[in-house]
Design a protein. Structure first.
Length: 437
């Protein structure tokens, strides 16, 4: 094991030995290399005469750039767009994102969390998390309705075992009883369990109520208290898109951070959906845990391992993308711009609710609960989802996502409000067509 990894492990062990038991074998061996990176950083500070350490091309004192490239970048110099960013991410962006996390999550008041490490979108963030914390054979607990890429990252690539619980009760709330049963059953025979919570949820568009969130926090704390190490991952990709008062308005990460020495809370979020910059691929990974002594030192060790994982995977996220996100968040109009887009999505969600309240659809499908995010799902009663999906696409030019035998996912985020009624009427017509065959 590299001496730097050993040193980081000792720091983590001193702060909370349970964290060492949670780290994957890869995570235990990860470190942020010194070598060229640290020598270049020293040279940047002290090499005032000649600096021959940087792995980029320069002309004079400026970053070399093609005019045809810079013509497409308005207002961002080559030094802030074409050069490599730190593997941790741009310091100013990490700082402003951390400040925003506190602003959006009042339950974090008085708690310390790590400085976010920048990832290449949240998908990459999940992959980085998996490298640092997941070993083959580890269990990851997820609801039966989930984003399909979790399986690719956690099961296919990391060889973890995914265990499911039924997401909703028959009456329509989050199935906290099924959640508790699944978590406690896995905790009986394992020293570590991993629980992944995604709100607003993809594909259902559901966010927990305050009462449901309290129950989940209590269950996870109870399992940690019983002696099982618990890693809880909050995938907050669609954070902030809460359209009803009953939806919890903050991340469950805020309630779990620092809750128990055997409970590690991990927050995965990003500008991707929150700031409507999907293709810029800027995400973040942040830790919240119970630490003895100086918390900053332990968080720094976790950040170094995480940044080392980024370094050994993609080197760093796009400097240009990070600079664009940072400039936007520092803009005086940023809050107003976000509120404007939120209102548009909120109106679409409410229009879907209004349309689906019509009894004419009742014989064709049930509606899964939704109160947030980009999506909602219906459960078909009389026809197969894939058959209907293809029929609608071929005969009506309507595209939807089929999930299993009975479920269709509708992304109302990309619908004009005026198209909502037409969409569901067309789906109903498709059901009628298939029933009459």
């Amino acid at each position: 094991m590299n001496i730097i990894a050993k040193e980081l492990n000792q720091v983590i062990e001193n702060g909370n030995p349970n964290l060492m038991s949670m780290l994957s074998e890869v995570g235990k061996n990860l470190f942020f290399p010194k070598g060229i990176l640290s020598q270049s950083a020293e040279a940047k500070q002290k090499a005032h005469k000649i600096n021959a350490t940087i792995g980029i091309a320069k002309e004079g004192n400026a970053t070399m750039a093609l005019p045809s490239v810079m013509a497409s970048i308005s207002g961002i110099a080559a030094e802030a767009s074409l050069t490599y960013a730190p593997s941790y991410g741009i310091p100013a962006l990490r700082k402003i994102w951390k400040e925003a996390v506190y602003e959006k999550n009042p339950s974090l008041s008085g708690k310390q969390i790590s400085l976010p490490v920048v990832t290449n979108g949240i998908t990459h963030g999940i992959s980085v998390f998996a490298d640092v914390w997941v070993d083959p054979g580890d269990v990851v607990i997820l609801p039966d309705m989930m984003w399909g890429n979790y399986n690719m990252i956690l099961s296919v690539r990391k060889k973890a075992t995914i265990k499911h619980y039924q997401i909703f009760t028959e009456s329509g709330g989050y199935n906290t009883d099924a959640f508790e049963a699944c978590v406690k059953e896995e905790a009986k025979t394992r020293e570590k369990i991993i629980v992944l919570l995604n709100f607003p949820q993809n594909p259902t568009g559901y966010t927990l109520t305050e009462k449901e969130a309290d129950r989940i926090v209590d269950v996870l704390t109870e399992v940690a208290e019983s002696g099982t190490n618990v890693i809880v991952v909050a995938d907050d990709a669609y954070f902030g898109l809460f359209f009803e008062e009953d939806a919890m308005q903050e991340s469950i990460f805020a309630r779990l951070a620092g809750k128990h020495p055997r409970l590690l809370a991990v927050k995965l979020d990003g500008a991707t959906k929150e700031n409507y910059v999907w293709g810029l691929r800027i995400g973040f990974i942040t830790y919240g845990c119970n630490i003895e002594g100086e918390q900053e030192i332990v968080y720094d060790a976790l950040e170094r391992k995480t940044a080392g994982c980024v370094r050994g995977n993609i080197s760093n996220a796009s400097h240009l993308s990070q600079s664009i996100v940072l400039a936007s968040m520092k803009s005086e109009t940023f809050a107003a711009e976000k509120e404007e887009k939120y209102k548009i999505l909120e109106a679409r969600a409410k229009k879907v609710k209004q349309v689906l309240a019509d009894f004419k659809y009742a014989d064709a499908w049930d509606v899964y609960p939704f109160n947030s995010g980009y999506f909602m799902c219906i459960r078909l009663k009389t026809v197969k989802a894939e058959t209907l999906r293809v029929h609608l696409l071929d005969n009506y030019g309507v595209g939807l996502i089929a999930l299993g035998d009975t479920d269709l996912r509708v992304a109302f985020s990309c619908l004009e409000e005026s198209d909502v009624q037409l969409l569901f009427d067309t789906i109903l017509q498709g059901v009628n067509d298939l029933e009459q065959r």
